[in-house]
Design a protein around this ligand. Structure first.
Ligand SMILES: [Cu+2]
Length: 393
């Protein structure tokens, strides 16, 4: 993927509203709810699956069909914006057929073709991102800055319950070894689907959005509520930064970014550490009190993650980021260091759909983010599941 976040901000920008980069000052959420009002979409089908946990229910929900613009097509399709000049964005709220007042244990989303099989670069389709947002749950304030700055998370309009990007990403909320954990989906919470997919085929195609979810009803006694927080390497940096977005230092192909001053603001269990980067990234390492909690390496290529550039060269995209499910007990004040390493020679940045020019972010933000050469910009984010031990309410 690339700029999951910005694609949600862009429609807001396009409406002439001010950019809000602080998710907690939440005019943005109201705007989003306004924008998506009446867009609730029922699933095309819901199938029962065999749960891994015998006490749980597991279903696969499928929405669509959703049209994707072809590389040679000029049709206007999609209900959202794309971060890629050749991509198609779709945003919709799920309807009441999506289970709420449940505790989610596992989940995975995928973009599927008309045969309900996953589409990948093997079919010339690049999933920039497919994110499922819980709009009523802000990211947990479990991190803070020791340098007096207020922390900047990746500015997203809620918690990403499920989702992935070009890299495969599964959500696993249960940590059987340490504490009972899960993700509580409040009754009737608004769930927003946000897809951004690039179709490199010449003609328009139809796809489906699917979600395989495993959950138990209600909120079990003694269960800790866990959810992912998107912590950028620059979370506590001073000065003008767009949290999570990295400006490639001019003329440098290999570089390292280090966080500063990030500390835990409460006692919690942290788990499922995973980096998020774009093509060009090598790894994201998280240390807690100088001890490595996760070295999330980017793994390139593999089935479905090899494409061709417009001039016919083979191109390997990030197929997975190493995930560290093991839990770490964290105390208030513990030091959290994040380091991101890049090697653009070993892993060239992705080309935009339509081949060249324009900048990945279009005219509006391209210049600001240094994305003017038709290559995707870089990101440096650590996704960390956090379950506060003493939740406030
Ligand atoms: Cu990204």
């Amino acid at each position: 993927m690339k700029t999951s976040i910005l694609s949600l901000l862009l429609p807001v920008l396009a409406n002439g509203a001010a950019v809000q980069l602080e998710p907690r000052q939440s005019g943005m959420m109201d705007m989003l709810k306004g924008m998506t009002k009446g867009m609730a979409t029922k699933a095309y089908k819901i199938e029962p699956l065999t749960p891994r946990n015998p006490a749980a229910k597991r279903i696969r929900m499928t929405w669509g069909p959703l049209k994707l613009r072809g590389a040679n097509s000029t049709t206007k399709v999609g209900s959202g914006m794309s971060m890629d000049p050749g991509g198609t964005g779709h945003n919709f709220l799920v309807d009441t057929d999506f289970p709420t007042d449940v505790t989610l244990l596992d989940g995975v989303v995928e973009v599927q073709g008309m045969d309900f099989k996953r589409v990948t670069l093997d079919q010339n389709v690049y999933t920039h991102h497919y994110l499922v947002y819980d709009l009523m749950k802000p990211q947990k304030p479990s991190f803070t800055c020791a340098n007096g700055k207020s922390i900047s998370y990746v500015p997203i309009p809620g918690t990403v319950v499920l989702g992935g990007a070009a890299e495969d990403a599964e959500a696993h909320y249960a940590t059987p070894t340490m504490k009972k954990t899960g993700y509580y989906v409040k009754k009737d919470t608004p769930i927003l689907m946000n897809l951004d997919v690039v179709n490199y085929n010449p003609a328009d195609i139809d796809v489906y959005a699917s979600a395989d979810i495993e959950y138990i009803p209600g909120k079990p006694e003694g269960m800790l509520d866990a959810s992912p927080v998107f912590v950028p390497v620059s979370a506590c940096d001073k000065g003008m930064v767009i949290p999570g977005i990295v400006m490639t230092p001019k003329g440098q192909n290999k570089f390292t970014l280090n966080s500063t001053s990030i500390i835990a603001s409460e006692d919690s269990l942290m788990f499922m550490f995973r980096g998020h980067m774009h093509d060009g990234g090598s790894n994201i390492e998280v240390k807690i009190n100088d001890k490595v909690a996760c070295n999330s390496k980017a793994i390139y290529g593999g089935p479905g993650h090899v494409g061709k550039t417009h001039d016919g060269k083979s191109w390997e995209t990030i197929g997975a980021m190493v995930t560290c499910p093991e839990g770490v007990m964290v105390k208030k004040g513990d030091k959290i260091d994040i380091q991101a390493n890049y090697d653009l020679l070993a892993h060239p940045a992705r080309e935009a759909g339509h081949g060249h020019g324009g900048g990945m972010l279009g005219g509006m933000l391209g210049g600001l983010l240094g994305g003017g050469d038709g290559m995707a910009e870089q990101m440096a984010v650590s996704i960390i599941y956090v379950a506060p031990l003493n939740p406030k309410a």
